[in-house]
Ligand binder design. Sequence first.
Ligand code: NAD
Ligand code: UDX
Length: 480
Amino acid sequence: MVKICCIGAGYVGGPTMAVIALKCPELEVVVVDICASRIDAWNSDKLPIYEPSLDDVVKACRGRNLFFSTDIEKHVADAEILFLSVNTPTKTSGLGAGKAADLTFWEKAARMIADVSNSDKIVVEKSTVPVKTAEAIEKILNHNNNGVKYQVLSNPEFLSEGTAIEDLLYPERVLIGGRETPEGQKAVQTLKDIYARWVPDDLIITTNLWSAELSKLASNAFQAQRVSSINAMSALCEATGASVSEVAYAIGMDSRIGPKFLNSSVGFGGSCFQKDILNLVYICECNSLPDVANYWKQVIRINDYQKRRFLNRVISSMFNTVSGKRIAILGFAFKKDTADTRESASIFVSQGLLREKAIISIYDPKVTEDQIQYDLATNKLDWDNQVPQQPMSPTARKQVTVMWDPYEATKGAHAVCILTEWDEFKDLDYKKIYDGMQKPAFMFDGRNMVDPVKLREIGFIVYSIGRPLDPWLLDMPAVA
Ligand code: NAD
Ligand code: UDX
C-alpha cells in the first residue's frame, strides 16, 4: 500500500486528504499535526472545522485508509509522498513585516523531513507559498546529505471554504508543477495518477514549478480584484442612484466578464485573499517592480475602504454617535457555510463600533462565543501602516454579548448589521425583529440579503450596500 502523509491538519490538509482517501482506497493516508487538540478533534465526532459534507467523507474512510496522528516523525519517515499543508501567514515582525509570507512553520516542517527521512520521497507543496519556494525547500532537503533523493512538486489548492468538498470532488482544474528533468516528470506523473482516479485527464494541468507557484497567487489576486472592483462601483452607485446588483448583472452578462464574484459586500475576508495579495506585492517589490506592486496593493486598499465606509455609514446615519446604543451583528464568519473568522469584515466593524462605545450583540449560526471574544481581543498588524491595530479593551469586552438566536440578538437594538451572507438571514421574520427594536430602527445590510423596499414598508431605515440610498441617509453623508 502506497503511503501518503500530509503535514498540517487544517482547513486544507484535512478535507484534501479525506477526499484522496475516499477516492483512492488502495492508498494509506495519514494527516499529522503538531496541534494535539486538533488531531483529537479529527479523531472525534466533532471535527475541528465545519464544512458541508466533510463529516460524511471522513466517516467513510477514517480508520480504513485515513488516519490522523501526532506521531509526525514516524509517519513522515514511512511515507513515499509527503504533502506540506502548514499555515503560511503574513509576517508580523522583521523584514517584510505586514507583507511577506511567514515561512517559519513551513521551514520547520521541511527541516524535520530532512532529519527523519531514510527513503526517497516526493514532497508536494500544498500550502500557498512565494514563487521559488520549491528551490528553497530543495536546498533544505538536500542539505542533509544522507543519500535520500527528493522530488519537490507544487500542487496548489484552489478549494474555497464552505464548498471545499464539492471543490475537491469536482475541481475545475488540478495544477501540478515539477522540475523538467526525467525524475521531476516521473514524480509529476505519480501525483497525476492519484488525481486521475476521479479527475478527468484534461483538467489536470502540468507546468513548471514556478508557474504553478505563481498561478496560485495570481488566481487569488484576480478573484479578490473582482470583488474590489464591484465594491468600488458600489460607492459610485450610492452616490448616483444606480443599483450595484443591477450593474453587476448587466456587466456579468458579457461573456468576457462573466457573472461570478461580482457580489458587492462589506469587504472580502478569509485567510487567503489579503495574505496572498500582500505576498504578491512583496515579491513584486523584491523584484524591483514597484508599479506592479502598487497595482495589486490597491485591491486591498479598496477592501479596507469598503469596510471603513460601511462602519462610518452606520455611525453617521445614527446622528454620528452609537455610544450606549445597542447594535445587533448578524454573521461573524468571513462567508457563509464556514465557522472560519480569519480576516472577517465582522471583526473590523465590531471593533470599530466598540471603540465608539456601542453595545453589541452578535449572532452567527456556527461561530462560537470563545472565537468571537478571541477575535475581538486580538492585536493585528495594520499592513499599510505597520502598526498594531487596537485590540478590544477589557471594558469593551463587557459590551459584547453573543447570542444563539437572531431574534434575541436583535431585541432592544437600535440597529442591525448583516455582515455574513448566511442563507437564513433572507428568511428571518423582519416584522418581528422590527417590533422588538428601538425606533427609529436601522438596518445596515452589508451583503444585500434583504429586500430594502419590503423592509422600508415595515418601517426600517435601510442601508443596502451599493443600492439607492434611503431618503434618511441622503441628509447624513458618511466620510470614508
Ligand atoms: P490552518 O492554519 O487551518 O492549518 C495549518 C495546520 O498546520 C495547523 O493545524 C498547524 O498546527 C499545522 N502545522 C504548522 N506547522 C506544523 C509542523 N511543523 N508540523 C505539523 N503541523 C504543523 O491553515 P489552512 O487554512 O489549512 O492553510 C494551509 C495552507 O493552504 C496555507 O498556505 C494557505 O494559504 C493555503 N490554502 C488555504 C485555503 C483555505 O481556504 N483555507 C485554500 C487554499 C490554500
Ligand atoms: C478563496 C478562493 O476562492 C479559493 O480558490 C482559494 O483556494 C482560497 O481563497 P475562500 O477565501 O475560502 O477561497 O472564499 P471565497 O469564496 O473566495 O470568498 C472570499 C471572500 O470574498 C469572502 O469574504 C466572500 O464573502 C467575499 N466575496 C466573494 C464577496 O464579497 N463577493 C463575491 O462576489 C465573492
